[in-house]
Design a protein around this ligand. Structure first.
Ligand code: AMP
Ligand code: GLY
Length: 420
């Protein structure tokens, strides 16, 4: 089949590699140099991802059988609705369904309506209401999390230890829009579940763990995600059953009750608290870097699974995985996340080629005029190690990423430590 992947990050490269592994022809837009090694560019025109008309025209020209959308923005703007009207198969939720990610306020109210466990919250229209809500939490001896309601590229959330921090975070959140969610800080291990949804059921892929903070030990600023492992050993069958019963099924039942036909990936960001699993966030797309850990383990044709979702007939027994574990460590450019340095040469990539237990997924990578690889963004690339054991996967990923030389770059040295 001809598969079009929209986006240009490590997640999209991992998706491209998975489709290629199952014999499909991959087209990318805009792609990155790694994705273009897996497939062809859709077009040489510079079409932005919100120009649906132009994208659909190019997709028709290339006889694309299935389009997969990486980032949330085009989904939140209605690319699925547009492609559907044009008779093009696209794996991803409609604009209405994507509100689970594009409005944190809407998502929190949805959870409240359907009794889905989540942190206690207040939806605030403006900074002064947000200060008051944060102050109430601190007065009760709790800590506050400040979240702009709209899309922030995964970087807008701040967990605050003090009211002073909350004040700064609220001032920063106001820059993203009026609506701010203030919620109670929860504690416990985090878990990401990417589930395939066919409108009536959501079947989870392997449980993964992301690492959001920039530095070892969960210190430093929140990032879009700086390393991931899958599967996660602390999620046993009993916990999975509880998550399905208390979170996945009520979410799908809630969507159906509200007339929302969700077909695509539904990402559950969960925290396993002492009171049980709770939802931190929903995303309407594949997670990054979780996808760089989960997709190399998939042992089923992704095109078949996605088309089954679009037809409304996903068969859970078709979703199979290799008996392996994966660890993805992200190499970040100096200055990430505030002001990542670009144009810095990436050396050592050739040493990782040909190793069957290693995948290198490009993200902020470009080729300069001399065809040298250079950094072009904050998360430069992800190195995924594969092994029958999680410790083996961690060791493989670290042995590999250490071969790369990128001046001033940084990676965490404790990815997977919590689960090994
Ligand atoms: P979100 O975009 O809502 O997932 O938030 C990004 C990250 O902030 C999460 O992965 C958590 O690490 C952290 N976070 C969000 N909400 C909370 C919360 N209520 N309690 C503790 N940490 C949180
Ligand atoms: N890794 C978190 C996300 O994709 O939002």
């Amino acid at each position: 089949m001809n598969i079009l992947i929209l986006g240009s990050g490590g997640r999209e490269h991992a998706l491209a590699e998975t489709f290629l592994r199952f014999g499909h022809s991959v087209f990318c837009h805009p792609g990155n140099p790694g994705m273009l090694d897996c497939g062809s560019p859709l077009t040489d025109k510079q079409i932005p991802l919100d120009d649906f008309e132009a994208l659909a025209t190019e997709a028709k020209k290339k006889r694309i059988d299935l389009t997969v959308v990486g980032p949330e923005l085009p989904l939140s703007l209605g690319i699925a609705d547009f492609f559907q009207k044009k008779g093009l198969a696209l794996f991803g939720p409609t604009k209405n369904a994507a509100r689970l990610e594009s409005s944190k306020a809407w998502a929190k109210e949805f959870m409240l309506r359907h009794r889905i466990p989540t942190a206690r919250f207040a939806i605030c229209s403006g900074a002064s209401m947000a200060y008051k809500a944060a102050q109430d939490l601190f007065c009760q001896g709790k800590q506050a999390v400040v979240k702009p309601s709209g899309l922030t590229g995964g970087k807008g959330v701040v967990c605050c230890d003090s009211m002073e921090e909350a004040e700064d975070a609220i001032a920063a959140a106001s820059g993203y829009g009026e609506e701010i969610v203030i919620e109670e800080l929860l504690r416990g291990p985090e878990l990401s579940l990417l589930a395939l949804s066919d409108g009536t059921k959501a079947i989870p892929l392997l449980p993964a763990q992301d690492h959001k903070r920039l530095y070892d030990g969960g210190l430093g600023p929140n990032t879009g995600g700086i390393g991931a492992v899958a599967p996660v050993s602390f999620v046993n069958a009993a916990m999975m059953e509880r998550i399905e019963k208390e979170i996945l099924q009520p979410t799908l039942a809630g969507l159906i009750e509200e007339g929302i036909d969700y077909r695509g990936v539904l990402y559950f960001g969960l925290m396993l608290t002492e009171e049980g699993p709770k939802v931190l966030e929903y995303n309407c797309r594949f997670g990054d870097p979780e996808t760089q850990a989960v997709m190399p383990l998939l042992d089923a044709d992704p095109a078949e699974l996605m088309l089954d979702c679009l037809r409304g007939h996903l068969e859970p027994e078709k979703i199979r995985f290799l008996p392996l574990c994966a660890c993805c460590v992200v190499l970040a450019s100096s200055g990430y996340p505030e002001a990542p340095k670009t144009g810095i040469e990436i050396r050592g990539l050739e040493t990782l080629q040909g190793n069957p237990n290693v995948r290198v997924f490009y993200a902020g990578v470009a080729k300069d005029l001399d065809a040298k690889y250079v950094t072009s963004g904050g998360r430069v690339l992800g190195v995924t190690g594969l092994s029958p054991t999680l410790q083996g996967a961690v060791d493989t990923a670290y042995a590999s990423i250490k071969q790369l030389k990128v001046e001033g770059s940084h990676f965490r040295t404790d990815i997977g430590k919590e689960v090994c």
